[in-house]
Design a protein around this ligand. Structure first.
Ligand code: UD1
Length: 416
């Protein structure tokens, strides 16, 4: 298993190109199940999760072919089963459920089960599909969904906001009979990107960027070409990297508007963001100050940035109260950060971070995707050497981490 070795203390300086968003690419790839024609996706990052999704689609009969830095998806659905062996690697596999059901009237998808950051049920996905006329049974760890006469449009009011359930139902509703209205829908930029691609494929969707999506089902969808939006979480993560090292980094392709509350919180902490046409620059005027954050659905502070912001706060002046509202077990990075000298107390869903004078390098272990980057950030700022093990978590969602950091002067290497 690979680990990453970082010698801290170098301010990052240079340009980092932001890759295409992982969390947009995964549902967009599932759109390959909605048509017989070719779907061409560009700005796709090279990530382990994208490879897993390609493997899952291949199992359904959809070939995913790399074509000049793009992905071309095409083929006929030959199997409607998403097996446990693939789904257990990546929860987002559940995104094939809606498209398979809408397209073929049948799907058998393994239940994702728990994961490191909480129980993460899929009840909202299932209830929404039931409201659209699907019959759902849970058997032997699988969701077996059938809709022999096709899905019917329905009004679905989500009791709380779910990104995945909104995506699954949006894709399913595009091919349902009649009108579907999704209320209290997620409005993350990845949802808007998905809706744009579906519209390019012939779907009729209104209400983009709002919490109510109205979909007029169509009989079939056609091929399209779509360029994936830049990854807002990768953007926020590298903004934290520039800030924690007191560096000066230009984030190329970054879209400030997609960062929501992250930019406001960074600014409050003393980070200076200067917008340009093709990205923004991140610098720091003076020291960092403690800022309180609470994770919320977009445009609130994203849960996927919580661990990285916490790392930043470990060396800020004063205290920071960090409250995690989306997932129930998302503080696994805390004991690892503590091994590097961070002063953090957890009280239920909140963590109090008291800024330390400095962090020191230590051997630490990555526990989940975003948590692993919080350790990278701490390592970049720490005195001495840090070795982060289990970096496969990092490879799921961050493209070319070592190259991007090393190009800006970081002392970082991958150790096999
Ligand atoms: C997506 C993102 C993930 C991000 C999360 C929240 C992808 C591939 N993943 O995950 O990186 O952290 O949004 O922004 O885009 N829930 C239920 N029942 C359901 C569905 C969700 O109880 O049927 C709960 C979850 O356990 C969680 C909350 O709702 O507590 C939000 O989850 P959701 O928005 O669905 O997250 P994902 O789509 O899984």
């Amino acid at each position: 298993m690979d680990s990453i070795r970082i010698t801290g203390g170098m301010p990052l300086s240079g340009t980092i190109a932001i890759s295409g968003a992982k969390n947009a690419a995964l549902p967009l790839m599932a759109c390959g199940l909605l048509t017989d024609e070719r779907l061409r996706l560009s700005n796709v990052a090279k990530l382990a999760d994208i490879a897993t999704m390609s493997q899952l689609l291949a199992q359904h009969g959809i070939e995913v072919t790399p074509e000049n830095g793009r992905l071309a998806l095409g083929g006929q659905i030959t199997s409607t089963e998403a097996p446990y062996d693939i789904v257990r690697k990546m929860r987002a596999s559940i995104l094939v459920l809606g498209p398979l059901l809408a397209r073929t009237g049948e799907a058998r998808v393994s239940l994702p089960g728990g994961c490191a950051i909480g129980t993460r049920p899929v009840d909202l996905h299932l209830k929404g599909l039931e409201a659209m006329g699907a019959h759902i049974e849970l058997e032997n760890g699988y969701v077996h969904a059938t809709a022999p006469r096709g899905l019917k449009g329905a009004t679905v009011v989500f009791p709380f906001i779910s990104v995945g359930a909104t995506e699954n139902l949006l894709m399913a509703a595009s091919l349902a009979d009649g009108q579907t209205v999704l209320k209290n829908a997620a409005r993350e930029p990845e949802i808007t990107d998905l809706a744009k691609c579906l519209i390019a494929m012939g779907a009729k969707i209104e209400g983009l960027e709002t919490d109510t999506l109205t979909i007029e089902g169509v009989k079939s969808l056609h091929g399209a070409a779509h360029s994936i939006l830049p990854d807002r979480i990768e953007t926020g993560t590298y903004a934290c990297a520039a800030a924690i090292t007191g560096g000066d980094v230009f984030l190329e392709n970054a879209r400030a508007a997609d960062l929501g509350a992250v930019l406001t919180s960074l600014a409050e902490a003393g980070v200076v963001i200067t917008e340009a046409e093709n990205g923004f620059r991140v610098t720091r005027a003076n020291g960092l100050h403690g800022v309180d954050i609470t994770t919320e659905p977009f445009p609130g502070f994203p849960t996927d940035m919580q661990a990285q912001f916490m790392a930043l706060m470990t060396v800020a002046q004063g205290a920071s109260l960090i409250t995690e509202n989306i997932f129930e077990n998302r503080f696994m990075h805390v004991p690892e950060l503590a091994r590097m000298g961070a002063r953090i107390n957890i009280q239920g869903a909140s963590a109090i971070v008291r800024g330390a004078d400095h962090l020191t390098g230590a051997p630490v272990m990555a526990t989940d995707l975003r948590a692993s980057f919080s350790l990278v950030l701490a390592a970049l700022a720490a005195q001495g050497e840090t070795t982060i093990s289990r970096v496969y978590h990092l490879d799921r969602g961050y493209e070319a981490v070592e190259q991007k950091l090393a190009n800006c002067g970081a002392k970082v290497e991958r150790v096999a």
